[in-house]
Every structure is written in C-alpha cells, then in structure tokens.
Design a protein around this ligand. Sequence first.
Ligand SMILES: Nc1ncnc2c1ncn2[C@@H]1O[C@H](COP(=O)(O)OP(=O)(O)OP(=O)(O)O)[C@@H](O)[C@H]1O
Length: 281
Amino acid sequence: MGNLVDNNETVISVNQLSTHYGERLILDQLDFSVRRGEIMVIMGASGSGKSTLLRTMLGLNRPTNGEVNILGTNVSKAKQNELYRLRRQIGVAFQGGALFGNLSLIDNVQLPLKEHTNLDENTIRIMSRMKLDMMNLSGFDSLMPSELSGGMVKRAALARAVVMDPHLLFFDEPSAGLDPVVAAELDEHILELKKAMDMTIVVVTHELDSALRIADRLTVLDQGKMVICGTVDEVKQSDNQQVQNLLNRRASRAAVDPEEYLEMLTRVQAARPHRGHRYDR
Ligand SMILES: Nc1ncnc2c1ncn2[C@@H]1O[C@H](COP(=O)(O)OP(=O)(O)OP(=O)(O)O)[C@@H](O)[C@H]1O
C-alpha cells in the first residue's frame, strides 16, 4: 500500500443499484461511494437489505439494475477469474464465516496465506503472528476455537480477514452476540486497523452505538431504499423522520437500568454450557 493517501479517491462506487429476489424488489436504486481510508457503516433494521447489499457488493449476487465498482473492477459484470483476483485484495469477516473448529487459532489465521500465496512456512507464521498480535491474541496460537471467548473469536476472524494485508475489509455485524463492553473493545480494534493499515472498511451493523463509534460516514437503509448517506454529524442533525426514529431507538435502549442489565447477563452466562477452558484478556 502506498504512503500517499488520497482521501477523495473512490474505492467503491454503487450506482443505481437494484436487486430482486424473484419478483420482489429488495434494493431500490442505491447510489453511494466509499472513499479510500474511511470506515463506511451500512445500517438499517432487520430485513432492510444490508446483507443483500453486502453480497451484491462482493459479486455473490448479480443486481437486476445498476452496478458496483470496486478498486476499478465492475463487480456486477466481472468474470469469475476477475472476481477471484479482486477478492484477493479484499478481507471479509462474515457473521456466518466462523473459524474452522478443527483448526487451532494460528492455523485458522494463516489459512488464506497457505491457500493464496507461495510464501514459505516461516514467513506465513511471522505474518500470521503479527496479525494475532495486533488483535491482542498473541500467546494463544495453539488454542482451538471452542476454547476462545466470543470476543476472541471475532478478533481471530478479523486477524484472518486481514492476514493478506487487503486494501479493503468487509465486516458483517461485528457486535452480534457480544456484550457491550466486548463490542466496544472490538470497535477499538477496527479503528486501530484503519489507522495502522490504511485500510478502507465497510461495516454492516444494526448496532447504532457501535456505528456512531467507528463510522466516518453512514449509509442508512430502510426497506431497500437509501434514507441517508453522510457523516456521523450529518446523520445526527438530519431532520428525516426515519433517521430520527433510529437515533431515538438508541436513546430508549440507553435508559436500561445497569443493575437489571448485569443480572440479565449473569443469567445468560449461568445458562451457558461448559465449554472447557476459556481465556480472555
Ligand atoms: N435468498 C433469499 N430469497 C428470497 N428473499 C430473500 C433472500 N434473502 C433475503 N431475502 C429477503 O430480502 C429482504 C432483505 O434481506 P437481508 O437479509 O438483505 O436484510 P438485512 O438487513 O441484512 O437483515 P438482517 O439484519 O436481519 O440480516 C428480506 O425481506 C428478506 O426476507
């Protein structure tokens, strides 16, 4: 990656993008771009089309209209080998893309390097350890995924997603299943990645607290339509009713009694099955 960062350089452009499932319109003429070095958060309620947008941006779904350009490739029209080349420059941490349960932490993280490069074992190990270190996971190389806490699993998935030093990172629902403190820690790691690796990051989430913490800009979807695309301040100051509803929903959640919340968390912990040794930092 170069040292000269042009912050206005467009890394992703989404133009007039529409998608259907069968007859049903899911994404409706979306237009926005992602600039080099920024964190773009895509927000919206469940069913608003976030995952469909992510899949379409990665070329896993073909749009019915419009197009997505990533790093100069028209993803919507690209051939398989072009998509393959492009995806090598993109890191992806998906909700469902969990760690391989039969591989240790380090083996999970070094997998992309083994699959996509001809680097020797030693270099692969060093590169993987660097990413584990960045994610506060050094010293846990040989642990199996079942021995890791929820926060560690997410950090490990993030380490794996960036092990090839991608230009671009997609992260689907980072906070899902994490308690607020661990989710906030993960947000710090996302911010650190942006800073340390000069990375452009697209995060899909429905967690407003997390979105406001990490976003340079936000794109808000509602039923497949773009409600707003702007900086955190622009979103906060918007007089659009749907945006205000989203912000107010956060305010009412913030009013939760901390004692009650702690009790609820403890109940969940107590109900969890024993999973062997667990470590966290
Ligand atoms: N494979 C599919 N076939 C048909 N309809 C689908 C398919 N996948 C998603 N949908 C529908 O498309 C709409 C958008 O779904 P999508 O998963 O993109 O939303 P989302 O914002 O990511 O939701 P969530 O936050 O719950 O994951 C929903 O109404 C969903 O039911």
